[in-house]
Design a binder for this molecule. Sequence first.
Ligand SMILES: Cc1cc2nc3c(=O)[nH]c(=O)nc-3n(C[C@H](O)[C@H](O)[C@H](O)COP(=O)(O)OP(=O)(O)OC[C@H]3O[C@@H](n4cnc5c(N)ncnc54)[C@H](O)[C@@H]3O)c2cc1C
Length: 496
Amino acid sequence: MSGMKTAAVIGAGFGGLALAIRLQSAGVETTLIEGRDKPGGRGYYWEKDGFTFDAGPTVITDPDCLKQLWALSGHDMAADVTLQPVMPFYRLNWPDGTNFDYSNDERQLNAEIARLDPGDVAGYQKFLEYSAGVYHEGYEKLGTVAFLDFASMIKAAPALAKYQAWRSVYSMVSSFVKSEKLREALSFHTLLVGGNPMTTSAIYALIHKLEKDGGVWFAKGGTNRLIAGMVTHFERLGGTLRLNDPVVEIETMGDRASGVRTKSGWRIDADAVASNADIVHSYRDLLTGNRRGARVAASLEKKRYSPSLFVVHFGIKGAWPGIPHHMILFGPRYKGLLDDIYNSGVLSEDFSLYLHHPTVTDPSMAPEGHSTFYALAPVPHQGKLPIDWDEIGPVLEKRILDEIGKRLIPDIHDRIVTKFHYTPADFGTDLNAHLGSAFSLEPTLMQSAWFRVHNRDDAISNLYFVGAGTHPGAGIPGVVGSAKATAALMLEDRAR
Ligand SMILES: Cc1cc2nc3c(=O)[nH]c(=O)nc-3n(C[C@H](O)[C@H](O)[C@H](O)COP(=O)(O)OP(=O)(O)OC[C@H]3O[C@@H](n4cnc5c(N)ncnc54)[C@H](O)[C@@H]3O)c2cc1C
Protein backbone atom coordinates (compact mmCIF):
# COMPACT_ATOMS: atom_id res chain seq x y z
CA MET A 1 0.00 0.00 0.00
CA SER A 2 2.71 2.35 -1.04
CA GLY A 3 1.89 5.94 -0.11
CA MET A 4 -0.57 5.35 2.74
CA LYS A 5 -1.11 8.92 3.93
CA THR A 6 -4.46 8.69 5.69
CA ALA A 7 -6.14 6.15 7.96
CA ALA A 8 -9.59 5.83 9.51
CA VAL A 9 -9.80 3.90 12.79
CA ILE A 10 -13.28 2.80 13.91
CA GLY A 11 -13.73 2.77 17.70
CA ALA A 12 -11.83 4.58 20.45
CA GLY A 13 -11.28 1.71 22.89
CA PHE A 14 -7.79 1.13 24.27
CA GLY A 15 -6.88 -0.77 21.09
CA GLY A 16 -8.20 1.89 18.69
CA LEU A 17 -6.58 4.73 20.61
CA ALA A 18 -3.22 2.93 20.85
CA LEU A 19 -3.29 2.18 17.11
CA ALA A 20 -4.29 5.76 16.24
CA ILE A 21 -1.42 7.13 18.37
CA ARG A 22 1.06 4.78 16.69
CA LEU A 23 -0.12 5.71 13.18
CA GLN A 24 -0.21 9.43 13.89
CA SER A 25 3.28 9.19 15.47
CA ALA A 26 4.49 7.66 12.20
CA GLY A 27 3.09 10.57 10.20
CA VAL A 28 -0.15 8.95 8.98
CA GLU A 29 -3.02 11.45 9.12
CA THR A 30 -5.40 9.48 11.34
CA THR A 31 -9.09 9.99 12.07
CA LEU A 32 -10.57 8.05 14.97
CA ILE A 33 -14.35 7.63 14.78
CA GLU A 34 -16.25 6.63 17.91
CA GLY A 35 -19.95 5.85 18.16
CA ARG A 36 -20.43 6.90 21.79
CA ASP A 37 -20.31 10.36 23.38
CA LYS A 38 -17.05 9.54 25.20
CA PRO A 39 -13.96 7.59 24.15
CA GLY A 40 -12.69 4.52 26.04
CA GLY A 41 -14.98 1.66 24.98
CA ARG A 42 -14.92 -0.78 27.91
CA GLY A 43 -13.00 2.05 29.62
CA TYR A 44 -16.02 4.43 29.55
CA TYR A 45 -17.06 6.27 32.74
CA TRP A 46 -19.97 8.00 34.44
CA GLU A 47 -20.13 10.88 36.91
CA LYS A 48 -23.11 10.67 39.27
CA ASP A 49 -23.86 12.66 42.45
CA GLY A 50 -20.20 13.63 42.82
CA PHE A 51 -18.92 10.04 42.39
CA THR A 52 -16.74 8.93 39.46
CA PHE A 53 -17.50 5.42 38.22
CA ASP A 54 -15.12 3.75 35.79
CA ALA A 55 -17.10 1.28 33.68
CA GLY A 56 -14.47 -1.36 33.06
CA PRO A 57 -10.73 -1.87 33.42
CA THR A 58 -9.25 -0.92 36.77
CA VAL A 59 -6.16 -3.14 37.09
CA ILE A 60 -3.37 -1.56 35.04
CA THR A 61 -0.55 -4.00 34.34
CA ASP A 62 2.54 -3.68 32.13
CA PRO A 63 2.63 0.15 32.30
CA ASP A 64 5.56 0.10 29.87
CA CYS A 65 3.27 -0.92 26.99
CA LEU A 66 1.38 2.34 27.59
CA LYS A 67 4.47 4.51 28.14
CA GLN A 68 5.76 3.39 24.72
CA LEU A 69 2.84 5.22 23.10
CA TRP A 70 4.26 8.51 24.31
CA ALA A 71 7.94 7.58 23.96
CA LEU A 72 7.42 6.92 20.21
CA SER A 73 7.28 10.68 19.64
CA GLY A 74 9.68 11.67 22.43
CA HIS A 75 6.94 12.49 24.96
CA ASP A 76 6.53 11.38 28.55
CA MET A 77 3.28 9.75 29.64
CA ALA A 78 3.74 11.25 33.11
CA ALA A 79 2.90 14.69 31.66
CA ASP A 80 -0.65 13.48 30.93
CA VAL A 81 -1.32 10.57 33.32
CA THR A 82 -0.27 9.77 36.88
CA LEU A 83 0.01 6.08 37.66
CA GLN A 84 -0.21 5.10 41.32
CA PRO A 85 1.02 1.72 42.62
CA VAL A 86 -1.59 -0.56 44.20
CA MET A 87 -0.60 -2.82 47.10
CA PRO A 88 -1.60 -5.55 47.77
CA PHE A 89 -2.37 -6.32 44.13
CA TYR A 90 -5.54 -8.13 45.27
CA ARG A 91 -7.01 -9.47 48.48
CA LEU A 92 -8.71 -12.78 47.86
CA ASN A 93 -11.46 -13.70 50.30
CA TRP A 94 -13.37 -16.97 50.70
CA PRO A 95 -16.76 -17.54 52.36
CA ASP A 96 -15.05 -19.20 55.38
CA GLY A 97 -13.37 -15.84 56.14
CA THR A 98 -9.89 -16.74 54.85
CA ASN A 99 -8.02 -13.80 53.32
CA PHE A 100 -5.02 -14.06 51.02
CA ASP A 101 -3.07 -10.94 50.08
CA TYR A 102 -1.50 -11.32 46.69
CA SER A 103 1.43 -9.11 45.63
CA ASN A 104 4.94 -9.24 44.16
CA ASP A 105 6.58 -8.86 47.59
CA GLU A 106 8.16 -12.31 47.64
CA ARG A 107 8.65 -12.52 51.40
CA GLN A 108 5.07 -11.50 52.15
CA LEU A 109 3.67 -13.72 49.42
CA ASN A 110 5.57 -16.75 50.72
CA ALA A 111 4.19 -16.02 54.20
CA GLU A 112 0.66 -15.86 52.77
CA ILE A 113 1.18 -19.15 50.91
CA ALA A 114 2.58 -20.79 54.05
CA ARG A 115 -0.58 -19.73 55.92
CA LEU A 116 -2.64 -21.71 53.39
CA ASP A 117 -0.25 -24.68 53.20
CA PRO A 118 3.46 -24.55 54.16
CA GLY A 119 4.10 -27.44 51.77
CA ASP A 120 3.11 -25.23 48.80
CA VAL A 121 5.89 -22.62 49.15
CA ALA A 122 8.33 -24.74 47.12
CA GLY A 123 5.63 -25.63 44.57
CA TYR A 124 4.86 -21.94 44.12
CA GLN A 125 8.51 -21.26 43.24
CA LYS A 126 8.28 -23.90 40.50
CA PHE A 127 5.05 -22.34 39.24
CA LEU A 128 6.80 -18.97 39.13
CA GLU A 129 9.58 -20.43 36.96
CA TYR A 130 6.95 -21.89 34.65
CA SER A 131 5.13 -18.57 34.51
CA ALA A 132 8.40 -16.72 33.69
CA GLY A 133 9.06 -19.14 30.81
CA VAL A 134 5.63 -18.73 29.21
CA TYR A 135 5.79 -14.96 29.76
CA HIS A 136 9.03 -14.82 27.77
CA GLU A 137 7.77 -17.04 24.93
CA GLY A 138 4.13 -16.00 24.83
CA TYR A 139 4.21 -12.31 25.73
CA GLU A 140 7.67 -10.85 25.19
CA LYS A 141 8.36 -12.74 21.94
CA LEU A 142 4.90 -13.24 20.43
CA GLY A 143 2.52 -10.85 22.20
CA THR A 144 2.97 -7.98 19.75
CA VAL A 145 3.48 -9.70 16.40
CA ALA A 146 0.73 -10.51 13.94
CA PHE A 147 -0.07 -14.16 13.12
CA LEU A 148 -1.09 -13.90 9.48
CA ASP A 149 -0.38 -17.39 8.22
CA PHE A 150 -0.27 -20.92 9.54
CA ALA A 151 3.53 -20.97 9.17
CA SER A 152 3.75 -18.43 12.01
CA MET A 153 1.78 -20.89 14.16
CA ILE A 154 4.16 -23.71 13.27
CA LYS A 155 7.08 -21.55 14.38
CA ALA A 156 5.44 -21.11 17.78
CA ALA A 157 4.72 -24.86 18.09
CA PRO A 158 7.94 -25.92 19.89
CA ALA A 159 7.31 -23.37 22.66
CA LEU A 160 3.66 -24.44 22.90
CA ALA A 161 4.77 -28.05 23.26
CA LYS A 162 7.51 -27.25 25.78
CA TYR A 163 5.02 -25.44 28.03
CA GLN A 164 2.23 -28.02 27.51
CA ALA A 165 -0.09 -25.38 26.10
CA TRP A 166 -2.87 -27.95 25.66
CA ARG A 167 -3.27 -28.14 29.44
CA SER A 168 -5.42 -25.63 31.30
CA VAL A 169 -4.08 -22.99 33.68
CA TYR A 170 -5.88 -24.69 36.58
CA SER A 171 -4.43 -28.09 35.67
CA MET A 172 -0.92 -26.65 35.40
CA VAL A 173 -1.21 -24.74 38.69
CA SER A 174 -2.54 -27.91 40.35
CA SER A 175 0.57 -29.80 39.24
CA PHE A 176 2.64 -27.37 41.36
CA VAL A 177 0.50 -26.64 44.46
CA LYS A 178 -1.98 -28.67 46.55
CA SER A 179 -4.06 -26.12 48.46
CA GLU A 180 -7.39 -25.64 46.64
CA LYS A 181 -7.45 -21.98 47.71
CA LEU A 182 -3.97 -21.41 46.30
CA ARG A 183 -4.99 -23.16 43.08
CA GLU A 184 -7.83 -20.67 42.77
CA ALA A 185 -5.53 -17.75 43.70
CA LEU A 186 -3.04 -18.67 40.96
CA SER A 187 -5.57 -19.49 38.25
CA PHE A 188 -8.41 -16.93 38.51
CA HIS A 189 -6.48 -14.37 36.42
CA THR A 190 -7.71 -15.78 33.11
CA LEU A 191 -11.16 -14.52 34.08
CA LEU A 192 -9.77 -10.99 33.72
CA VAL A 193 -9.34 -11.64 29.99
CA GLY A 194 -12.51 -13.70 29.58
CA GLY A 195 -11.02 -17.19 29.92
CA ASN A 196 -12.24 -20.12 32.02
CA PRO A 197 -9.30 -21.19 34.25
CA MET A 198 -10.45 -24.81 33.75
CA THR A 199 -10.03 -24.69 29.96
CA THR A 200 -7.87 -21.69 29.07
CA SER A 201 -4.41 -22.67 27.86
CA ALA A 202 -1.69 -22.80 30.52
CA ILE A 203 0.16 -20.20 28.43
CA TYR A 204 -2.05 -17.64 30.18
CA ALA A 205 -0.18 -18.38 33.41
CA LEU A 206 2.09 -15.66 32.00
CA ILE A 207 -0.21 -13.07 33.61
CA HIS A 208 1.31 -13.99 36.98
CA LYS A 209 4.81 -13.04 35.80
CA LEU A 210 3.49 -9.97 33.99
CA GLU A 211 2.03 -8.66 37.26
CA LYS A 212 5.06 -9.69 39.28
CA ASP A 213 7.51 -7.78 37.09
CA GLY A 214 5.42 -4.79 36.04
CA GLY A 215 3.32 -4.33 39.19
CA VAL A 216 -0.34 -3.34 39.47
CA TRP A 217 -1.17 0.32 38.95
CA PHE A 218 -4.11 2.70 39.03
CA ALA A 219 -4.48 5.88 37.01
CA LYS A 220 -5.07 8.85 39.32
CA GLY A 221 -8.68 9.97 38.86
CA GLY A 222 -9.57 6.58 37.40
CA THR A 223 -8.95 4.65 34.19
CA ASN A 224 -10.97 7.35 32.43
CA ARG A 225 -8.01 9.72 33.07
CA LEU A 226 -5.71 7.31 31.24
CA ILE A 227 -8.12 7.35 28.30
CA ALA A 228 -8.27 11.17 28.49
CA GLY A 229 -4.45 11.26 28.51
CA MET A 230 -4.31 9.05 25.40
CA VAL A 231 -6.77 11.36 23.63
CA THR A 232 -4.79 14.48 24.63
CA HIS A 233 -1.64 12.88 23.29
CA PHE A 234 -3.28 11.73 20.03
CA GLU A 235 -4.70 15.22 19.39
CA ARG A 236 -1.38 16.86 20.28
CA LEU A 237 0.20 14.77 17.53
CA GLY A 238 -2.37 16.17 15.10
CA GLY A 239 -4.89 13.30 15.07
CA THR A 240 -8.65 13.87 14.83
CA LEU A 241 -11.22 12.25 17.13
CA ARG A 242 -14.85 12.24 16.01
CA LEU A 243 -17.32 11.28 18.77
CA ASN A 244 -21.01 10.41 18.87
CA ASP A 245 -21.22 9.27 15.30
CA PRO A 246 -21.21 5.48 14.80
CA VAL A 247 -19.77 4.10 11.59
CA VAL A 248 -22.47 2.35 9.56
CA GLU A 249 -20.38 1.18 6.63
CA ILE A 250 -16.80 0.34 5.74
CA GLU A 251 -16.82 1.29 2.07
CA THR A 252 -14.96 -0.91 -0.41
CA MET A 253 -14.04 -0.82 -4.10
CA GLY A 254 -13.26 -4.34 -5.26
CA ASP A 255 -10.81 -5.81 -2.81
CA ARG A 256 -9.84 -2.46 -1.28
CA ALA A 257 -11.35 -0.49 1.60
CA SER A 258 -11.89 3.08 0.46
CA GLY A 259 -13.33 4.85 3.49
CA VAL A 260 -16.10 4.85 6.08
CA ARG A 261 -19.59 6.31 6.34
CA THR A 262 -21.30 7.24 9.60
CA LYS A 263 -24.86 7.35 10.90
CA SER A 264 -25.04 11.14 10.53
CA GLY A 265 -24.22 10.83 6.82
CA TRP A 266 -20.64 12.08 7.23
CA ARG A 267 -18.00 10.12 5.32
CA ILE A 268 -14.27 10.06 4.90
CA ASP A 269 -11.95 8.55 2.30
CA ALA A 270 -8.95 6.73 3.72
CA ASP A 271 -5.95 4.91 2.30
CA ALA A 272 -6.39 2.33 5.08
CA VAL A 273 -9.24 1.44 7.44
CA ALA A 274 -8.82 -0.29 10.80
CA SER A 275 -11.64 -1.48 13.04
CA ASN A 276 -11.45 -1.61 16.82
CA ALA A 277 -15.19 -2.31 16.97
CA ASP A 278 -16.47 -5.78 17.86
CA ILE A 279 -15.32 -8.27 15.22
CA VAL A 280 -18.74 -9.75 14.41
CA HIS A 281 -20.27 -6.26 14.25
CA SER A 282 -17.44 -5.10 11.95
CA TYR A 283 -17.87 -7.90 9.42
CA ARG A 284 -21.64 -8.43 9.68
CA ASP A 285 -22.94 -4.86 10.09
CA LEU A 286 -20.22 -2.63 8.62
CA LEU A 287 -18.78 -4.57 5.69
CA THR A 288 -22.21 -4.82 4.08
CA GLY A 289 -21.17 -3.71 0.61
CA ASN A 290 -18.69 -6.57 0.23
CA ARG A 291 -19.51 -10.28 0.01
CA ARG A 292 -16.76 -11.02 2.51
CA GLY A 293 -18.68 -9.30 5.29
CA ALA A 294 -21.52 -11.82 5.61
CA ARG A 295 -19.22 -14.78 4.87
CA VAL A 296 -16.64 -14.02 7.57
CA ALA A 297 -19.36 -13.00 10.04
CA ALA A 298 -21.09 -16.36 9.58
CA SER A 299 -17.90 -18.22 10.46
CA LEU A 300 -17.17 -15.91 13.41
CA GLU A 301 -20.67 -16.44 14.78
CA LYS A 302 -19.88 -20.16 15.15
CA LYS A 303 -16.99 -19.51 17.54
CA ARG A 304 -17.01 -19.50 21.33
CA TYR A 305 -17.41 -16.12 23.03
CA SER A 306 -16.30 -15.05 26.48
CA PRO A 307 -18.97 -14.60 29.12
CA SER A 308 -20.53 -11.30 29.98
CA LEU A 309 -20.47 -9.40 33.25
CA PHE A 310 -23.06 -7.97 35.61
CA VAL A 311 -21.65 -4.86 37.29
CA VAL A 312 -23.13 -3.02 40.29
CA HIS A 313 -21.79 0.52 40.77
CA PHE A 314 -22.42 2.17 44.14
CA GLY A 315 -21.36 5.28 46.01
CA ILE A 316 -21.68 5.13 49.79
CA LYS A 317 -21.21 7.20 52.93
CA GLY A 318 -18.00 6.63 54.88
CA ALA A 319 -14.37 5.81 54.15
CA TRP A 320 -13.20 2.19 54.13
CA PRO A 321 -9.43 2.09 54.67
CA GLY A 322 -9.66 -1.60 55.64
CA ILE A 323 -11.04 -2.64 52.24
CA PRO A 324 -8.17 -2.88 49.71
CA HIS A 325 -8.44 -1.47 46.20
CA HIS A 326 -8.98 -4.84 44.49
CA MET A 327 -10.75 -7.79 46.14
CA ILE A 328 -11.94 -11.12 44.85
CA LEU A 329 -14.81 -12.49 46.92
CA PHE A 330 -14.94 -16.15 45.94
CA GLY A 331 -18.29 -17.91 46.20
CA PRO A 332 -18.79 -21.39 47.66
CA ARG A 333 -18.06 -23.12 44.31
CA TYR A 334 -15.22 -22.60 41.81
CA LYS A 335 -15.30 -25.32 39.12
CA GLY A 336 -19.10 -25.75 39.26
CA LEU A 337 -19.75 -22.03 39.00
CA LEU A 338 -17.37 -21.70 36.03
CA ASP A 339 -19.14 -24.59 34.34
CA ASP A 340 -22.52 -22.86 34.82
CA ILE A 341 -21.20 -19.62 33.32
CA TYR A 342 -19.16 -20.99 30.42
CA ASN A 343 -20.98 -24.16 29.45
CA SER A 344 -24.53 -24.57 30.79
CA GLY A 345 -25.31 -20.87 30.52
CA VAL A 346 -27.16 -21.02 33.82
CA LEU A 347 -27.39 -17.92 36.03
CA SER A 348 -26.51 -19.62 39.33
CA GLU A 349 -27.77 -18.79 42.79
CA ASP A 350 -24.16 -18.32 43.94
CA PHE A 351 -21.53 -16.01 42.41
CA SER A 352 -17.94 -14.87 42.75
CA LEU A 353 -17.27 -11.14 42.77
CA TYR A 354 -14.48 -8.76 41.88
CA LEU A 355 -14.80 -5.69 44.11
CA HIS A 356 -13.25 -2.41 42.99
CA HIS A 357 -12.64 0.26 45.65
CA PRO A 358 -10.80 3.12 43.92
CA THR A 359 -11.28 5.72 46.66
CA VAL A 360 -8.90 3.84 48.96
CA THR A 361 -6.16 4.85 46.46
CA ASP A 362 -7.66 8.12 45.21
CA PRO A 363 -10.28 9.70 47.51
CA SER A 364 -10.96 12.41 44.90
CA MET A 365 -13.23 9.97 43.06
CA ALA A 366 -16.03 10.51 45.62
CA PRO A 367 -17.32 13.47 47.65
CA GLU A 368 -15.43 13.97 50.92
CA GLY A 369 -16.21 11.28 53.47
CA HIS A 370 -17.70 8.98 50.81
CA SER A 371 -16.47 5.99 48.82
CA THR A 372 -16.86 4.67 45.30
CA PHE A 373 -17.16 0.95 44.56
CA TYR A 374 -18.12 -1.46 41.84
CA ALA A 375 -18.76 -5.18 42.16
CA LEU A 376 -18.78 -7.39 39.10
CA ALA A 377 -19.92 -10.96 38.65
CA PRO A 378 -19.12 -13.00 35.52
CA VAL A 379 -22.41 -14.21 34.02
CA PRO A 380 -23.29 -16.18 30.86
CA HIS A 381 -23.39 -14.24 27.62
CA GLN A 382 -26.66 -13.76 25.79
CA GLY A 383 -26.15 -16.65 23.39
CA LYS A 384 -26.85 -19.13 26.21
CA LEU A 385 -30.20 -19.46 27.99
CA PRO A 386 -32.44 -16.39 27.65
CA ILE A 387 -32.21 -14.08 30.67
CA ASP A 388 -34.50 -11.07 31.02
CA TRP A 389 -32.05 -8.57 32.49
CA ASP A 390 -34.75 -5.92 33.08
CA GLU A 391 -36.38 -8.35 35.47
CA ILE A 392 -33.32 -10.12 36.92
CA GLY A 393 -31.05 -7.03 37.14
CA PRO A 394 -32.59 -5.44 40.27
CA VAL A 395 -32.80 -8.85 41.99
CA LEU A 396 -29.16 -9.72 41.30
CA GLU A 397 -28.07 -6.21 42.28
CA LYS A 398 -29.69 -6.62 45.71
CA ARG A 399 -28.19 -10.07 46.22
CA ILE A 400 -24.71 -8.80 45.37
CA LEU A 401 -25.05 -5.83 47.74
CA ASP A 402 -26.39 -8.19 50.46
CA GLU A 403 -23.31 -10.41 50.02
CA ILE A 404 -20.96 -7.42 50.33
CA GLY A 405 -22.97 -6.39 53.39
CA LYS A 406 -22.51 -9.83 54.91
CA ARG A 407 -18.77 -10.01 54.21
CA LEU A 408 -17.51 -6.41 54.40
CA ILE A 409 -19.93 -3.51 54.99
CA PRO A 410 -22.74 -4.58 57.37
CA ASP A 411 -25.06 -1.56 56.93
CA ILE A 412 -24.37 -1.15 53.21
CA HIS A 413 -28.00 -0.49 52.23
CA ASP A 414 -28.29 2.45 54.68
CA ARG A 415 -25.07 3.97 53.40
CA ILE A 416 -25.86 3.99 49.69
CA VAL A 417 -26.07 7.46 48.15
CA THR A 418 -26.25 6.36 44.52
CA LYS A 419 -26.27 3.03 42.68
CA PHE A 420 -26.93 1.53 39.26
CA HIS A 421 -26.10 -1.65 37.41
CA TYR A 422 -24.78 -2.62 33.98
CA THR A 423 -25.94 -5.83 32.30
CA PRO A 424 -24.98 -8.07 29.33
CA ALA A 425 -27.74 -6.36 27.36
CA ASP A 426 -25.97 -3.01 27.92
CA PHE A 427 -22.70 -4.42 26.50
CA GLY A 428 -24.66 -5.26 23.36
CA THR A 429 -26.49 -1.94 23.09
CA ASP A 430 -23.66 0.44 24.01
CA LEU A 431 -20.66 -1.36 22.50
CA ASN A 432 -22.16 -3.55 19.75
CA ALA A 433 -20.64 -6.48 21.65
CA HIS A 434 -21.64 -9.78 20.03
CA LEU A 435 -23.90 -11.68 22.49
CA GLY A 436 -23.02 -9.02 25.08
CA SER A 437 -19.66 -10.70 25.59
CA ALA A 438 -17.39 -8.60 27.79
CA PHE A 439 -14.11 -9.85 26.29
CA SER A 440 -14.92 -10.95 22.69
CA LEU A 441 -13.66 -14.39 21.50
CA GLU A 442 -13.01 -16.81 24.37
CA PRO A 443 -9.23 -17.22 24.70
CA THR A 444 -9.04 -20.97 24.11
CA LEU A 445 -5.96 -22.42 22.41
CA MET A 446 -7.97 -23.06 19.24
CA GLN A 447 -9.09 -19.42 19.18
CA SER A 448 -5.66 -17.88 19.87
CA ALA A 449 -2.88 -16.43 17.69
CA TRP A 450 -3.48 -17.44 14.03
CA PHE A 451 -6.90 -18.84 15.01
CA ARG A 452 -8.04 -15.39 16.18
CA VAL A 453 -9.21 -12.64 13.80
CA HIS A 454 -6.16 -11.61 11.80
CA ASN A 455 -4.77 -8.12 12.28
CA ARG A 456 -5.17 -7.65 8.51
CA ASP A 457 -8.09 -9.06 6.55
CA ASP A 458 -7.08 -12.00 4.35
CA ALA A 459 -8.63 -10.56 1.18
CA ILE A 460 -9.12 -6.81 1.63
CA SER A 461 -5.48 -5.88 1.91
CA ASN A 462 -5.90 -2.41 3.43
CA LEU A 463 -8.51 -3.40 6.06
CA TYR A 464 -7.08 -4.03 9.50
CA PHE A 465 -8.34 -5.08 12.93
CA VAL A 466 -7.23 -4.20 16.44
CA GLY A 467 -8.55 -5.01 19.92
CA ALA A 468 -9.82 -7.88 22.01
CA GLY A 469 -10.99 -10.08 19.10
CA THR A 470 -7.53 -10.08 17.50
CA HIS A 471 -4.17 -11.49 18.65
CA PRO A 472 -3.16 -11.55 21.49
CA GLY A 473 -6.62 -10.83 22.97
CA ALA A 474 -8.46 -8.97 25.72
CA GLY A 475 -7.09 -6.93 28.62
CA ILE A 476 -5.29 -3.61 28.32
CA PRO A 477 -1.82 -5.10 27.67
CA GLY A 478 -3.44 -7.47 25.15
CA VAL A 479 -5.25 -4.86 23.09
CA VAL A 480 -2.37 -2.36 23.32
CA GLY A 481 -0.12 -5.21 22.13
CA SER A 482 -2.54 -5.89 19.26
CA ALA A 483 -2.24 -2.20 18.30
CA LYS A 484 1.53 -2.59 18.12
CA ALA A 485 1.17 -5.64 15.85
CA THR A 486 -1.42 -3.94 13.62
CA ALA A 487 0.52 -0.66 13.37
CA ALA A 488 3.71 -2.53 12.43
CA LEU A 489 1.80 -4.35 9.70
CA MET A 490 0.24 -1.14 8.35
CA LEU A 491 3.56 0.69 8.30
CA GLU A 492 5.26 -2.28 6.64
CA ASP A 493 2.50 -2.30 4.01
CA ARG A 494 3.00 1.44 3.51
CA ALA A 495 6.71 0.92 2.83
CA ARG A 496 6.06 -1.69 0.12
C1 LIG B 1 -16.02 -4.56 33.51
C2 LIG B 1 -14.69 -4.86 32.89
C3 LIG B 1 -13.56 -4.87 33.68
C4 LIG B 1 -12.30 -5.10 33.10
N1 LIG B 1 -11.20 -5.04 33.90
C5 LIG B 1 -9.97 -5.08 33.32
C6 LIG B 1 -8.82 -4.77 34.09
O1 LIG B 1 -8.93 -4.47 35.28
N2 LIG B 1 -7.61 -4.78 33.46
C7 LIG B 1 -7.49 -5.07 32.13
O2 LIG B 1 -6.35 -5.04 31.61
N3 LIG B 1 -8.58 -5.37 31.37
C8 LIG B 1 -9.80 -5.35 31.94
N4 LIG B 1 -10.92 -5.59 31.18
C9 LIG B 1 -10.76 -5.93 29.76
C10 LIG B 1 -10.45 -4.69 28.91
O3 LIG B 1 -11.16 -3.60 29.39
C11 LIG B 1 -10.83 -4.90 27.46
O4 LIG B 1 -10.31 -6.12 26.97
C12 LIG B 1 -10.31 -3.77 26.56
O5 LIG B 1 -10.54 -2.51 27.15
C13 LIG B 1 -10.99 -3.87 25.22
O6 LIG B 1 -10.44 -2.87 24.40
P1 LIG B 1 -10.69 -2.86 22.84
O7 LIG B 1 -9.63 -2.02 22.23
O8 LIG B 1 -10.86 -4.23 22.31
O9 LIG B 1 -11.98 -2.00 22.60
P2 LIG B 1 -13.38 -1.71 23.30
O10 LIG B 1 -13.16 -1.22 24.66
O11 LIG B 1 -14.30 -2.81 23.07
O12 LIG B 1 -13.79 -0.47 22.40
C14 LIG B 1 -14.32 -0.59 21.11
C15 LIG B 1 -14.91 0.75 20.75
O13 LIG B 1 -15.52 0.66 19.48
C16 LIG B 1 -16.69 1.45 19.52
N5 LIG B 1 -17.58 1.04 18.44
C17 LIG B 1 -18.27 -0.12 18.32
N6 LIG B 1 -18.98 -0.11 17.19
C18 LIG B 1 -18.73 1.07 16.58
C19 LIG B 1 -19.17 1.67 15.38
N7 LIG B 1 -20.02 1.06 14.52
N8 LIG B 1 -18.73 2.91 15.07
C20 LIG B 1 -17.86 3.57 15.89
N9 LIG B 1 -17.43 3.06 17.05
C21 LIG B 1 -17.85 1.80 17.39
C22 LIG B 1 -17.26 1.19 20.88
O14 LIG B 1 -18.20 2.18 21.28
C23 LIG B 1 -16.00 1.21 21.72
O15 LIG B 1 -15.69 2.51 22.17
C24 LIG B 1 -12.18 -5.38 31.73
C25 LIG B 1 -13.34 -5.40 30.92
C26 LIG B 1 -14.58 -5.15 31.49
C27 LIG B 1 -15.79 -5.14 30.61
